[in-house]
Design a protein around this ligand. Structure first.
Ligand SMILES: Nc1ncnc2c1ncn2[C@@H]1O[C@H](COP(=O)(O)OP(=O)(O)OP(=O)(O)O)[C@@H](O)[C@H]1O
Ligand SMILES: [Zn+2]
Length: 492
């Protein structure tokens, strides 16, 4: 286990900073979850795989991590400037479902897709719609402290009341003022003011009573309210995609610091981490941009840009081969290269396992401490998975070359046990090493079908002795045969 310092690139300061958890030994981490109105795509996979590896690595180092990732099921509008329709409401119209049905459907599908990608489930998955009272309470605090105002049933955050507004994105208010993109909409006092609560008209499906009338929360307030509820007013790491830096995270900081006060040593979040984008021909991949390839389409090869299905583990391997702060431009060629690399990794590991079962291990010892340290160093340097994977790969390849030349390292067993643990526990890319397990089980299934068929025929011709003999022999082999009115089944 590494005793070395970890450095995290903090978007807030644009530098790599020494990671010091607020409470030694414990880490609170919040990551913006998906807006559940469609299937997760490769861009989401990059974002959530990035933070999955962060959690896994910190746990590997012995830290206790509480990982909170929300589900946005209300309030995310099709337009960032507080205009447009709610993304979920729009989808519910298209699919003729209740908005909550849409949310449930895509939440379930999201987890299924991420499970296949080997992502650990968050410790808490709060839904925005399940935390309306917390959001209302926070808005009330902001109004009481003079940071928000009500106008015609809407509540807006007053950006001019926060001298630090713009600290994350580097945007200045005078720029927003002169910008033409966001005209001051109706009730807003300043074009950069953003909605905390929106008034709902009669046709609106998701709405709640509030001190300002019936309405629904703005998108940003959910993350401030839910992160505070589960991680406290100050916590260690907040993650999300780069495009969330503005407006979403800028607004989160404004809401949380203004509601809770800025006098804390580390207001709100200590380290802001942002993953870069998955692009397709240089363009951000996005549901709303219409160029998304969903994970499901990768898994079954059904998208027109794909020539075939792709193994989820290969996708994960592909994503981890670039640093999370680099863009990942998707092409099938790049995925093919990752598949080849992953297949090589598997072959090397299978060979190493075979070599490990031999008794004549007389080759030079592998420098395990050095190998561990260089791999951990890569991870300590802002979670550089690309380098960690490359270093491990080189070491595994070299160990295999030593074995092939008849010099099986004396410490091959400990080397294998650590590398497989790291690949599995931290990177989540340990290939399936059961060499012929797939075909073996297919053969057993085929043989059992044949045996049960022969037994059926024996029973049909009332040859009970043979039928019983077959069953008893199978029982002796640990296979139980059960007879039903419609046939027989087996288990072991
Ligand atoms: N192409 C991408 N590459 C990397 N991360 C992405 C990409 N697209 C979205 N993300 C990240 O995934 C997370 C969830 O995104 P969310 O579901 O809110 O996206 P969305 O805006 O609804 O959909 P989209 O961006 O696909 O139109 C966010 O942190 C977001 O930054
Ligand atoms: Zn968020």
């Amino acid at each position: 286990m590494s005793q070395q310092p970890i450095y995290i690139f903090n978007t807030l300061t644009r530098t790599k900073e020494l990671f010091e958890p607020q409470t030694p030994g414990f880490v609170g981490m919040y990551v913006c979850g998906p807006t559940v109105y469609g299937d997760a795509h490769l861009g989401h996979a990059k974002s959530y795989t990035t933070f999955d590896v962060v959690v896994r690595y910190l746990r590997y180092l012995g830290l206790k991590v509480r990982y909170v990732q929300n589900i946005t099921d209300v309030g995310h509008l099709t337009d960032d400037a507080d205009e447009g329709e709610d993304k979920l409401a729009k989808q519910s119209r298209l699919e003729r479902l209740e908005p909550m049905e849409v949310a449930e459907k895509y939440t379930n599908r999201y987890f299924e897709d991420m499970d296949r990608l080997g992502l650990l489930r968050p410790d808490i998955t709060p839904r925005a719609s399940g935390h309306i009272p917390e959001q209302i309470a926070m808005i009330e605090t902001l109004i009481a402290k003079g940071h928000a105002y009500e106008a015609n049933g809407n509540v807006y955050f007053d950006v001019t009341s926060d001298p630090n507004y713009g600290q994350l994105s580097g945007r200045r208010l005078d720029e927003a003022e002169s910008g033409t993109r966001v005209a001051t909409a109706g009730d807003k006092r300043h074009p950069a003011d953003f909605a905390l609560w929106k008034k709902a008209d009669d046709s609106h499906l998701m709405k709640w009573p509030s001190p300002w009338g019936v309405g629904y929360p703005g998108w940003h307030i959910e993350c401030s309210a839910m992160s505070t509820k589960y991680l406290g007013e100050n916590f260690d790491i907040h993650g999300g995609g780069l495009e969330n830096q503005f407006p979403h995270h800028e607004c989160e900081i404004a809401q949380s610091t203004c509601a809770h006060g800025t006098e804390h040593p580390h207001p709100f979040v200590r380290y802001w981490m942002h993953n870069n984008m998955v692009t397709l021909e240089g363009q951000k991949m996005g549901k709303s941009l219409g160029n998304a390839i969903s994970l499901r389409q990768f898994y079954d090869g059904s998208h027109k840009l794909l020539s075939r299905a792709w193994d989820p583990q290969v996708i994960r391997f592909f994503l981890l081969q670039s640093h999370y702060r680099s863009t990942t431009d998707f092409s099938e060629g790049a995925l093919q290269a990752a598949e080849n690399g992953f297949a090589n990794l598997r072959t090397y590991l299978i060979d190493l396992h075979k070599a490990a079962s031999q008794t004549n291990k007389t080759g030079d010892a592998l420098p395990l401490a050095e190998i561990q340290s260089e791999t951990e160093q890569a991870m300590n340097d802002d979670f550089n998975t690309a380098q960690a994977v490359a270093r491990l790969f080189t070491r595994i390849k070299a160990a295999r070359a030593a074995c092939n030349s008849g010099k099986i390292p004396v410490n091959l067993d400990t080397f294998l046990s650590w590398t497989t643990r790291f690949l599995d526990e931290v990177l989540g890319i340990l290939p399936d090493l059961s060499e012929a397990s797939g075909s073996d089980s297919e053969t057993v299934d085929g043989l059992m079908e044949l045996i049960l068929q022969l037994r059926r025929e024996a029973r049909q011709s009332k040859n009970w002795a043979v039928a019983d003999q077959i069953r008893d022999k199978l029982t002796a082999l640990g296979i139980t045969v059960k007879d039903h009115p419609t046939g027989s089944s087996w288990s072991r």
